[in-house]
Design a binder for this molecule. Structure first.
Ligand SMILES: Cc1cc2nc3c(=O)[nH]c(=O)nc-3n(C[C@H](O)[C@H](O)[C@H](O)COP(=O)(O)OP(=O)(O)OC[C@H]3O[C@@H](n4cnc5c(N)ncnc54)[C@H](O)[C@@H]3O)c2cc1C
Ligand code: SF4
Length: 806
């Protein structure tokens, strides 16, 4: 019989231990994992990116449920271990589950420290530690305005940036006299403060909170100096405490955390600890690099008794705030025993400092340009004697590097590229060469480099380019973890093999999962419909919820309904109808949208079909990956500056492209003069009237990633605008990757490539227009379709009664 190994804690350190163990001996143990959170193992580091809108929750899963199944690991989520009986070698969970063990790992991580202030238990006072905290912040930002983050460290600033991106006003309260005082010296910290203030954060230093005020929900903060501040949400990011209560109750020796030796063994035989809950040589680590190093050591201890030992780690940190590059490692403050090299470039707003003690680099701070970080970290880790090196070799200037080649190219093979996972340049290069890797995703999967914080992705990409001789930043990436095939491969296969439905694509291309995932299914559904619009039947179940329900789901589970108003024009009859519907269904909020439409918010799911029927208007498609609205300014008929009929053209465009499905949402606008009142400069397609002509702009974006559109061409007639817009959008439909906005698409392929086809090649322009017409010919109003179909209404919208028998 196999030995039974049980892991308490389904987080990053625990699961990394199992990954390392499976690599060494996948047959040795029968494994069970208990996780308190109701999710498989996810990348906690990337919660900051989720909050900042750079990635989505489903993208941060490190090991999905299939991974556990495939490796024969029993996973019990949403259940905490509450008692360990070391005599009977048995664990007991809160939900009453019992499991015996031969070996037991504690990987229980940390709990966020909540300041014990009066009022800290009020609604709206949270930490930033897990998916639930992240969701609370996202949801709160939809109804509230003012957020306060207590703590100006790494985590607090990442939370603050995320809350700014969510549209909240953000104040950061910090007790010390400078931000990130544990990682930055005064100079770098000052530069950071200036940058964050310029991004919109209000920063209060040397400020101590005395109490949180409000009734049930927090309404503000009271400070020791007598001042106060309003707040609808308070995020405490003031540190973490190792989660050691269970270990303590079990009788295991603890200090600040669970005490472990160099093999991650606790005071009890066959019980180990790893990660943030472990204390090694009086140090408790709170970053993944050391935890992964510990995981490796523990895995070999569990496989072969004489494995390597853990000697402690040198840690470094980077701030993950867009537009701010900050790196810090080791001893960064000057003392009597240290000397430092400093380069402060006030033109480029960069600051670099390397601290040397007794001829060894012992610390560094980089601000604005962190490209030297892997090299400096490597000098520290390898204890390189720098006595024979001159200053320029320790901290090369940009021009010196330019002359000599890129920093990555110059690195020795043993230098670390991925700090989080301890992967050196040599390992990456050999994997690329020996296994023929061509994408960053493949390198990530094979070597673990860039799998955690993603900070080293630029270096990995550069190494890939150097090793393959191709520009890796343009390389095709797999659609998702279910397959190695890229978007381009899949579209080519659908075309060549005339594939017609999702299981067929998965079967022919050897998908690694049975049913795909939430990333690949919607993409396949789109590609199949795009390639073969006349014969493909849309797979509703492969769409996101808003697209299935044809309305936008809100934070309370109700929906919002936006009827179509071509060009943003309405009339008194429509307004009366909307008002009647709002009264009849007790609509809690009527709101004019940014796209010049009227949004009826707070509609119950089961009322959607009758609301649509009563409105008698077409769907505004405000929920889907497709054409949303054409916003218009009033134009020549009313405005003194107008040179063209913007409303007329806007209505024609909206009528033509209504219902069009695209890789991501498409927003358009028509302004009748360069004053641009319809904001054509930030739309996917923006038209601007000039004397006797229209200028066409494309690939603008007003979202998180704000981007001004680029000028495509100038034409004279409305018909030409429609023709060129159709060619551009069809090119985008056929060549962009699913979920790629036009701005990212043009960044990737280049505007000139598109111009060549859409403007210069008459034959291709006509062919694109023809294919667009075919695609548009099948579109019909989804609301009417549902109102006319009792089956669809029953299926999608009827309230289902579930009887529960006890
Ligand atoms: C927003 C954010 C950003 C971060 N950014 C970085 C970064 O840029 N770089 C970096 O290096 N680090 C970063 N970190 C820190 C890093 O995420 C942690 O160091 C790492 O996740 C700790 O791993 P762990 O496995 O020890 O603990 P965790 O990941 O916390 O996992 C422990 C798990 O055990 C579960 N558990 C606890 N008790 C029990 C029980 N009794 N029964 C069952 N389950 C239990 C917990 O619910 C938790 O899921 C960040 C952390 C956060 C929150
Ligand atoms: S864009 Fe020009 S024409 Fe249109 S409303 Fe503004 S000023 Fe008037």
């Amino acid at each position: 019989m196999k030995e039974r190994l049980v892991l308490i804690g389904n987080g990053m350190a625990g699961i990394r231990t199992l990954e390392e163990l499976l690599k060494q001996d996948s047959e040795r143990y029968e494994i069970t994992v208990f996780g308190k959170e109701p999710h498989p193992n996810y990348n906690r580091i990337q919660l900051s990116s989720v909050l900042q809108g750079d990635t989505e929750l489903h993208d941060i899963m490190l090991n999905d449920y299939d991974w556990y199944k495939d490796n024969k690991i029993e996973l019990i989520t949403g259940d905490a271990i509450t008692h360990v009986d070391t005599e009977r070698q048995t664990l007991y969970s809160a939900a009453g589950v019992e499991r015996p063990y031969d070996r037991l790992i504690f990987a229980t991580g940390s709990n966020p420290f909540m300041l014990p202030l009066p009022g800290a238990d009020k609604e709206g006072v949270i930490a930033f530690r897990n998916i639930q905290d992240c969701e609370t912040m996202i949801n709160t930002s939809k109804s509230y305005k003012k957020a306060v983050v207590i703590g100006g460290g790494l985590l607090g600033l990442e939370a603050a940036r995320g809350l700014l991106n969510l549209g909240m006003e953000v104040d950061v309260i910090h007790l010390a006299d400078r931000l990130m005082e544990n990682q930055l010296d005064g100079e770098a910290s000052g530069m950071l403060k200036e940058e964050l203030q310029a991004q919109g954060m209000n920063i209060h230093l040397k400020k101590q909170t005395e109490a949180l005020i409000g009734a049930d929900r927090v309404e503000g903060l009271q400070f020791k100096d007598g001042e106060s501040l309003d707040a609808d949400l308070v995020v405490m990011a003031v540190g973490i405490r190792p989660n050691i209560e269970l270990a303590k109750e079990t009788g295991i020796d603890v200090g600040k955390a669970i005490l472990v030796n160099d093999y991650m063994e606790t005071s009890h035989e066959n019980i180990y600890a790893v990660g943030e809950c472990a204390e090694h040589r009086e140090v408790v680590y709170g970053l993944v690099t050391p935890l992964f190093e510990q995981a490796k050591v523990l895995a070999s201890r569990l496989c072969k008794e004489d494995g390597a030992s853990y000697e402690g780690s040198i840690v470094s940190t980077s701030l993950k705030v867009s537009g701010v590059d900050v790196f810090s490692a080791g001893e960064f403050m000057d003392t009597d025993e240290t000397k430092s090299i400093r380069v402060h470039d006030e033109f480029e707003d960069t600051f670099k400092k390397v601290v040397v003690r007794d001829n060894y680099v012992v610390g560094s701070v980089l601000f604005g340009d962190t490209s030297d970080s892997p090299r400096i970290l490597s000098m520290m880790r390898s204890s390189q004697d720098v006595s024979g090196m001159n200053k320029a070799t320790i901290l090369p200037s940009e021009s010196a590097e330019d002359n000599a080649g890129s920093a990555v190219e110059l690195m020795p093979d043993e230098e670390n590229i991925c700090g989080c996972n301890g992967v050196c340049k040599g390992e990456i290069v050999s994997a690329i060469k020996e296994q023929g890797l061509t994408t960053v995703e493949e390198v990530k999967k094979t070597t673990n480099a860039s799998r955690s914080c993603g900070g080293c992705k630029p270096q990995v990409t550069e190494l890939l380019s150097l090793a393959t001789g191709e520009d890796a930043s343009q390389a095709e990436e797999p659609i998702c973890g279910c397959t190695d095939h890229s978007h381009e491969d899949v579209v080519a296969a659908i075309r060549e093999m005339e594939l017609t439905y999702i299981p067929e694509v998965m079967n022919v291309l050897g998908w690694e999962t049975e049913d795909g995932c939430t990333k690949c299914r919607p993409a396949l559904n789109y590609y199949l419909g795009m390639v073969n619009p006349l014969d493909y039947e849309d797979d509703e179940n492969s769409r996101f919820i808003n697209e299935r329900m044809h309305a936008n789901i809100q934070n309370d589970g109700t929906f919002s309904v936006v009827p179509r108003m071509y060009g943003g024009v309405t009339d008194s009859d429509q307004l009366r109808t909307i008002a009647n519907v709002a009264d009849k269904y007790d609509v809690p909020l009527l709101k004019v949208t940014g796209g010049q439409r009227i949004d009826l918010l707070g509609i119950e799911k089961e009322n959607l079909p009758s609301v649509w029927d009563d409105l008698g208007m077409r769907s505004g498609n405000a929920y889907g990956k497709g054409m949303r609205t054409v916003k218009t300014c009033v134009g020549e008929n009313f405005c003194r500056f107008g040179t063209q009929d913007s409303i007329g053209l806007g209505i024609k465009m909206e009528q033509k492209f209504e219902g069009m499905k695209t890789p991501h949402k498409v927003k358009m606008a028509v302004s009748a003069c360069p004053r641009n009142c319809a904001e054509s400069g930030i739309k996917d397609v923006g038209i601007v009237g000039v004397e006797g002509a229209w200028e066409i702009f494309v690939a603008g974006n007003a979202g998180v990633d704000l981007k001004k559109s680029e000028r495509l061409c100038k034409v004279e007639t409305d018909e030409e605008v429609l023709e060129i817009t159709a060619a551009f959008l069809q090119h985008y439909r056929e060549n962009a990757r699913y979920l790629e906005r036009t701005s990212h698409y043009i960044d990737r392929v280049g505007l000139d490539t598109v111009k060549k086809v859409v403007l210069e090649d008459e034959k291709e322009k006509a062919a694109l227009n023809e294919r667009m017409d075919i695609a548009l010919s099948i579109e019909q109003d989804p609301w009417t379709d549902i109102v006319d179909s009792e089956d669809k209404q029953k299926d999608l919208f009827e309230k289902k009664q579930v009887s529960i028998t006890t």
